[in-house]
Design a protein around this ligand. Structure first.
Ligand code: ADP
Ligand code: MG
Length: 477
């Protein structure tokens, strides 16, 4: 279906732009590199987004980065907060928690984080306000394809293909550079601190057959092209086979692909490792362990990955918790203002009462396990029957979150060359970038933004899960 803003020419230009500028994904995880490609799912136009919320989400990012870093440094706090969850989810959260003590002491060497804080604009308040959906501490993706989607929308606006959208109303975004700079900064800090006597490189830890590999290759190109830093790709299984860490913590990879003399790893940047599926055997856990023991800057460390669990996000919603880690009341209040209510389902925290409340009003809540990547949460009837059938211990692997009601707007979604006019909701992501050496900040800021939209009728799911599409904001006052 077409409306006045979606003439045939415009849709064709969007598809051609995306395909010719690398806004692409593989259509199957069995496809050989460079084959079976499609343009990424995307919106035809930029979607309307509240300008005040857009600015506020970016303003609070350095304070959020600091909050996460300080929690990651407090292993006793993390262990205590995750004890029950780890027991209920022993094979994943439990195994990660067991690796945490193996890393070098917090506040030493080069530490880094690339985060993405995801928000909806909540529609039910008199004033529209930000509500944080979640914090991602590992493998926050789509910075490069998102950057290029914004460029595409600006190009189409400049061609006057949209009704009443000036390219000047579209904010600049360069998340691709933001992430590349963070990685290159950590690399430079590592080289300065340890002066490796062999070639040192950044290692991106990837899933075999990743459909979103082109977003990763674009980042690799930016790290090399803008900073002259080499980046290699390795799976956890390959690291198990070709990696080792010596007594000084130097992580080395000796793999024929990268030269027989071997390379030293300055930064271990994860685009895998966030789901139990990435650890089919003890070999992958061994790879995780040698990286964790090493002096390489880990993005993220196990501790930081655990900070990103749904459980810690629920704990932070409790009174006084954010306040333990930030410097000022203003920072705490600004961060808290974005929180939706979250509830523990642990018996010790009154979880029975919270579960009962959700069983009575299942449409008002989301039930979240300790998983990442979209498609894992439970809603409405599924939420209700899950809560009714789970034991107390099983429940404590989940948290309960108040359901956010995002603003609905209209846009045209383009998928696989087909387009359809759809009511959508948009999730706004802000990348946080943080690098510190021996506990002192070298970089703490915002690394650009991402807008992803999905049909308002879908409860869950990201771009990789096949539900959301890439978008960019058209700011409205
Ligand atoms: P994941 O780690 O799987 O990405 P999220 O917490 O981001 O987990 O949840 C996945 C999706 O579910 C989000 O992108 C959003 O569309 C939806 N969602 C999550 N929390 C809420 C909430 N409190 N209210 C409404 N929708 C939510
Ligand atoms: Mg998410």
């Amino acid at each position: 279906m077409l409306n006045k803003d979606a003439n045939e020419r415009g849709i064709a230009e969007a598809i051609a732009y995306a395909s010719s500028h690398g806004i692409i994904v593989a259509q199957s995880n069995q496809a050989a590199p460079g084959t079976s490609l499609s343009h990424a799912p995307m919106t035809y136009k930029p979607s309307q987004f509240d300008a005040t919320c857009y600015k506020e989400a970016q303003r609070i990012t350095p304070a959020l980065n600091k909050l996460l870093y300080r929690i990651a440094c407090n292993r006793a706090y993390l262990s205590a907060a995750l004890e029950e969850t780890a027991a209920a989810d022993a094979e994943f959260t439990g195994r990660l928690l067991a690796l945490m003590p193996l890393a070098p002491a917090p506040g030493t060497g080069v530490e880094m984080g690339i985060y993405r804080y995801d928000y909806f604009v909540h529609a039910e308040d008199a004033a529209r306000s930000l509500r944080m959906v979640e914090v991602n501490c590992i493998a926050a993706s789509f910075a490069c394809l998102g950057t290029k989607t914004g460029d595409m929308h600006r190009y189409l606006a400049s061609m006057s293909l949209y009704d009443a959208v000036s390219p000047d109303a579209l904010p600049r975004n360069d998340a691709m550079s933001g992430l590349a700079t963070a990685i290159a900064t950590a690399h430079a800090q590592y080289v300065a601190l340890y002066a490796p006597d062999v070639r040192s490189v950044v290692m991106m830890i990837v899933q075999p057959g990743e459909c979103n590999a082109y977003d990763q290759y674009l980042l690799q190109t930016a790290v090399w092209g803008k900073h002259g830093v080499e980046l290699i790709r390795m799976s956890l299984l390959e690291i198990h086979m070709y990696g080792s860490v010596n007594e000084k913590g130097r992580l080395r990879i000796v793999h024929p692909r990268y030269g027989q003399e071997g390379v030293e790893i300055s930064v271990a940047y994860y685009r895998a490792g966030y789901t139990p599926n990435d650890y089919p055997s003890d070999k992958e856990w061994h790879a995780r362990e040698i990286i964790e023991r090493s002096a390489a800057a880990k993005c993220p460390s196990v501790a930081m990955q655990l900070v990103g669990t749904k459980k810690i996000q629920q704990v932070l919603d409790q009174a006084g918790e954010v306040e333990k880690f930030v410097d000022t009341e203003e920072e705490a209040a600004s961060i808290r203002a974005t929180f939706a209510r979250q509830y523990s389902l642990s018996a010790a925290d009154g979880g029975e009462k919270a579960a009962q409340m959700a069983i009575e009003r299942p449409d008002d809540f989301v039930l979240k396990p300790q998983r990442e990547g979209g498609g894992n949460n439970l809603y409405t009837d599924e939420l209700k029957s899950a809560l009714q059938s789970m034991s107390g211990k099983e429940r404590s692997a989940y948290v309960l979150m108040e359901r956010i009601r995002p603003v609905v707007v209209e846009n045209i979604l383009i998928r696989n060359g087909m387009h359809s006019l759809t009511n959508i909701v948009s999730e706004f992501g802000v990348y946080g970038v943080h690098v510190s050496t021996d506990g002192k900040d070298v970089l703490n800021g915002t690394g650009g933004t991402l807008l992803r939209s999905k049909a308002a009728s879908h409860d869950d799911g990201g771009v990789a899960a096949g539900v959301a599409v890439l978008d960019s904001p058209l700011l409205i006052e």
